[in-house]
Ligand binder design. Structure first.
Ligand SMILES: [Fe+2]
Length: 255
């Protein structure tokens, strides 16, 4: 009964943080049941749970972020440590986040509101050319539209659509959990790709690495949702942590 009482007292974001902390801090890779547990937690998230008022255009009495007033792709950083990161991407209608990968990562993404076109691939065969360009053949995993409310999407290092792009069909927002987070110095940079469909092989494409797109600018916005209580030893980690999301290798971030 005591545990049940504690569960009811915690906010959804606290439950998510605690679950991530338990699952991603262990030495072993998470098992299927643990990923399913996280998915179930994310499945019931709504925009207001991370401080966003989906429909507001001009501010809210509660001081939430106005989802429909976002005019650039915006990243709301909630938490990042060595093992995982939690954050929200808000998109205005028409915004495109180009094709990019998630090296060695497990990513859970919950579309909080709106409508999003997703294209996702997994590598069939990948190599690095003599000049260091990553290219290869990939199979299409997703080529369709997500409409909120919908289930949480999950991608893994080698399956589930590890390389993906987004086009916002309406204003929308995605709550993302990444484990481990991007890290240039730990060999987990984000790489961007162009895709070239193979006419003779429907469902397959050639992917070729390209530079960080010039027009990809991601603004930063403060997290205005319920506070997240971080483990004490994690606080020490955070204070000495230089967030990888400010790295120009992931995207250009403006504050
Ligand atoms: Fe992504």
């Amino acid at each position: 009964m005591e545990n049940l009482y504690l569960m009811e007292e915690r906010t959804k974001i606290q439950v998510l943080y605690d679950a991530c902390n338990a699952i991603f801090s262990q030495k072993e890779l998470p098992c299927f049941q643990q990923i399913q547990w996280l998915k179930n937690i994310l499945d019931i998230f709504e925009a207001v749970d991370v401080g966003i008022d989906e429909f507001s255009l001009h501010g809210t009495p509660q001081g939430l972020i106005c989802g429909h007033a976002v005019s650039n792709i915006t990243y709301i950083h909630i938490h990042e440590c060595d093992e995982f990161s939690i954050g929200v991407f808000c998109f205005p209608a028409g915004a495109i986040f180009p094709l990019h990968d998630h090296p060695g990562m497990t990513v859970l993404s919950k579309l909080l509101y709106g409508s999003l076109y997703v294209k996702a691939y997994d590598w069939l065969k990948v190599e690095k050319s003599s000049c260091g360009i990553i290219n290869g053949v990939a199979s299409t995993v997703t080529d369709g539209i997500l409409n909120a409310p919908c289930e949480t999407s999950i991608l893994f290092p080698r399956s589930g659509g590890n390389i993906h792009s987004f086009t916002a069909l309406t204003p929308c927002a995605i709550l993302d959990v990444l484990s481990p987070p991007y890290s240039q110095h730990l060999g987990r940079p984000s790489t961007y790709f162009s895709d070239f469909p193979i006419p003779s092989l429907p469902g397959y494409a050639m992917l070729e690495e390209k530079n960080l797109p010039e027009d990809l600018v991601v603004k930063g916005a403060p997290y205005l949702g319920p506070p997240v209580e971080v483990c004490m030893y994690r606080l020490e980690e955070e204070n000495s942590f230089e967030t990888s999301l400010t790295s120009p290798t992931f995207f250009r971030q403006q504050f």
